[in-house]
Design a protein around this ligand. Structure first.
Ligand code: URA
Length: 434
């Protein structure tokens, strides 16, 4: 089998066999297939798509590229949550401790920032000392003790995704249904879960720009779950403006802490509670979804979710004091305001451009070797629908270097639209699949 022939066939939209897909995934994981050939295959897949059979083969080959964790010896139902990627999307850090505080076992294997979207691992690593590179044994021990552990894919869990994900980030091959579905489901199915809640983002800040595409992605992932005998439920949620106010790693951790202490933005709190409720319901902790919603709210309101998050931070080597004393988190050295040129209503905040500006300042990677600057990002002062005056602050850019600052500021200025008429309210949770 020659890699170039498989690339040519995929470019021509041929269906590859299970063995051919295994050959590509194994070859790339072991280093026999170089980056440039895998990048060409990914681009061919981006344009040609994959059949259900190919998608299952790709997901399973990626899953089998590493260890499949068994959590059978830990009592309780194991449920995880994963997002397809958004801007300011820090819900995992909120819904996971809520669900764990309600008695769900949450083994969370997360990813890094991809393109203009942030990643849970990068956010967590902005907490001084926080380690996400635990061994599987450490992961299991923490799950048994605290019911929640956050780790990254190391070379033990879906190493193929680890490598392909980083390559997609820098080769323009992120926004593809089979590539996103296989990436998410390979690591999720390898982590020994019983059920999974997915947050499929749709809108200009998401990889899926239309609800039809988002539904296709949701159905693809729910289908993979069903074929592997796991209960998977997907919420399709709006990503036409950033979630919450903070975008950028340490800035988002600050907002997580505020939200877990009941002082978070309404949209972020609402979505995190709904995701947690779905996790609680799938774990069968409550007989109905409404009871799960009530339990999620109780665990947020009585402080037990925040306590759980602090315990997890401490257990993973992080300094939990940084969640109350933000001066202990990485802090930017400079701040620039973006001002509204006119009075009116904020009618749009293009999430993708806010994410790109933040990435450009160092919150995300431009090439795969880039080191993240955890301190930088954007804090919105207003959200869509709010009234502003001419000269009022729309948002603040936090930076540590000025190299890309002007470009980032221009992008952010253009991301805001201020109109005379108040925009129609948009639903946050649009659809449930599965
Ligand atoms: N999240 C992932 O884990 N993989 C993707 O491809 C996109 C979002």
């Amino acid at each position: 089998m020659r890699t170039v022939d498989l690339i040519l066939r995929k470019r021509g939209a041929d269906e590859l066999s299970v063995e051919e897909i295994q050959f590509l995934v194994n070859g790339y994981t072991t280093g026999e297939i170089p980056d440039y050939q895998m990048a060409a295959f990914l681009m061919a897949t981006y344009f040609s798509g994959m059949t259900d059979r190919e998608l299952s083969a790709l997901t399973e080959s990626m899953m089998q590229s590493g260890e499949t964790i068994s959590l059978a010896d830990i009592p309780g139902v194991k449920v995880d949550k994963h997002s397809t990627g958004g801007v300011g999307d820090k819900t995992s850090l909120i819904c996971a401790p809520i669900a764990a505080a309600a008695g769900v076992i949450v083994p969370m294997i997360s990813g890094r920032g991809l393109g203009h979207t942030g990643g849970t691992l990068d956010k967590l690593e902005s907490i001084p000392g926080f380690r996400t590179d635990l061994t599987i044994d450490q992961f299991k021990a923490q799950l048994a003790e605290l019911g929640l552990c956050f780790i990254g894919q190391n070379d033990e869990v879906s190493p193929a995704d680890n490598r392909i994900y980083a390559l997609r980030d820098v080769t323009g091959t992120v926004e593809s249904v089979p590539l996103i579905a296989s990436s998410i489901m390979s690591k999720k199915m390898a982590e020994g879960i019983d059920a999974l809640v997915l947050d499929v983002k749709v809108g200009n800040g998401a990889f899926m720009k239309t609800q039809v595409e988002a539904r296709r992605l949701a159905q693809a992932m729910v289908g993979i779950g069903r074929r592997l005998d796991k209960k998977v439920q997907a919420l399709i949620t709006d990503m036409n403006q950033p979630l919450g106010y903070a975008v950028g790693n340490a800035l988002e951790v600050m907002e997580v802490s505020q939200t877990l202490q009941k002082a978070g933005p309404a949209d972020l709190t609402r979505l995190s509670l709904e995701l947690a409720a779905r996790m609680i319901f799938l774990a069968k902790v409550t007989p109905t979804l409404d009871e799960a919603r009530k339990l999620a709210e109780d665990k947020l309101m009585d402080g037990s979710a925040y306590k759980k998050f602090r315990q997890v931070v401490q257990a993973q080597g992080g300094n939990p004091q940084a969640l109350d004393r933000f001066d202990l988190l990485p802090n930017a050295t400079g701040m620039r305001e973006v001002i509204s040129p006119r009075a009116g209503f904020v009618s749009a905040i293009k999430a993708e451009d806010i994410g790109r500006a933040s990435q450009m300042m160092g919150a995300g990677r431009m090439v795969k070797e880039d080191i993240i600057d955890h301190a930088v990002g954007v804090i919105l002062e207003v959200k869509v629908g709010e009234k502003v005056e001419a000269g009022s602050v729309l948002c603040r850019l936090y930076y540590t270097g000025e190299e890309h600052l002007d470009e980032a500021a221009e992008l952010v200025e253009d991301a805001f639209r201020v109109s005379n008429a108040r925009p129609e309210e948009r639903e946050l949770i649009l659809e449930v699949v599965g």
